[in-house]
Design a protein around this ligand. Sequence first.
Ligand SMILES: Cc1cc2nc3c(=O)[nH]c(=O)nc-3n(C[C@H](O)[C@H](O)[C@H](O)COP(=O)(O)OP(=O)(O)OC[C@H]3O[C@@H](n4cnc5c(N)ncnc54)[C@H](O)[C@@H]3O)c2cc1C
Length: 325
Amino acid sequence: MPGVLLVATASGEQLAPTTAELVGVGVRLSAELGGPLTALLAGKNVQGLASSLGGFGVDNVLVADFQGPTPASPEWVLAAAVQAAKQSEPTAILLTHGGGGRDLGPSLAYKLDAGIITDATSLRVDNGHLLVTKPVFGGSAIAEFSIATTPGVVTLRPRAFEAPESPSAKEAQVEGLSVPDTGGAIEVLEEIREQATTGPRLKDAKVIVSGGRGLGGPENWQYIDELAQVLGAAVGATRAVTDAGWVPPSLQVGLTGATVAPDLYITIGISGAVQHIAGISGARNVVAINRDGDANIFKYARFGVIGDWKQVVPAFTQRLKELRS
Ligand SMILES: Cc1cc2nc3c(=O)[nH]c(=O)nc-3n(C[C@H](O)[C@H](O)[C@H](O)COP(=O)(O)OP(=O)(O)OC[C@H]3O[C@@H](n4cnc5c(N)ncnc54)[C@H](O)[C@@H]3O)c2cc1C
């Protein structure tokens, strides 16, 4: 059937915001392809989320409820996705390029002998063919690909797509999916969740203060934290900084880190390497503080300060504190 299958994911007891983005794309593509939009919900205790998928505009929900005492293994989720693809015979399979989808997408494509495009930033249908756009060469060029196989698997860059604005009154048809025995080669023994930080989450933040190697050392990171706190902002970093161990890898923004789309992205001591820029193309306003007026970051900045951060940042933070009090 020329429809779309998407792999939904949960965040705690709710659908992950990225699932709504998949639905937004899925609704449009399935209409263009002339087939239904099916969602797979696979994992432990996911049954309760099926109705909210209907509310987003999904036609059918396949629920694979994992019954074991441990969380479902990636191997089991893969088996569920293969089964869902066989059952729904979609033209396109959509996953999020993050969380489990980043790993599941290629494994699923391999199992289905299907073509895959990862980290897509735009999708369209032309004459029944799926055309997928994504940044290439570290974000310095954009390429459009056609997937020659049916189905075609696509992982979507988080926050590159709009979620449906208002939930629809539609009710999805919900069906249980039985997952073939995977033999239990992999068993999840323990799930360790990243320690929650106090500020907003990097990926959802409206304002981000990001630091680079120009800070000079981990002892100066407090200036980034302090400014972020005053602004109610999340903290980001370049790979130079996370590789050096100044801050955890989870703060890395860029090609091999988080993709962010804040209203305001303040960079301090960041040169603006293409791999960093690849993660901030969705930022509405970039502010750069760098002592090198020729630094690449100024090409992307709406506002810039050419100067030593030590002169600029503490004074700026102090002034903000005064204005806020
Ligand atoms: C495959 C691959 C993937 C990568 N993925 C990522 C990624 O996801 N994210 C990422 O960020 N990088 C990534 N990188 C690394 C990237 O190429 C750069 O090396 C990195 O982004 C540079 O970080 P930086 O801007 O902090 O450091 P630098 O490039 O060293 O820049 C430091 C800047 O600080 C300025 N400065 C120095 N002192 C001061 C001062 N006192 N006051 C003000 N300014 C000052 C300097 O003028 C300079 O512009 C990747 C690289 C590769 C090869």
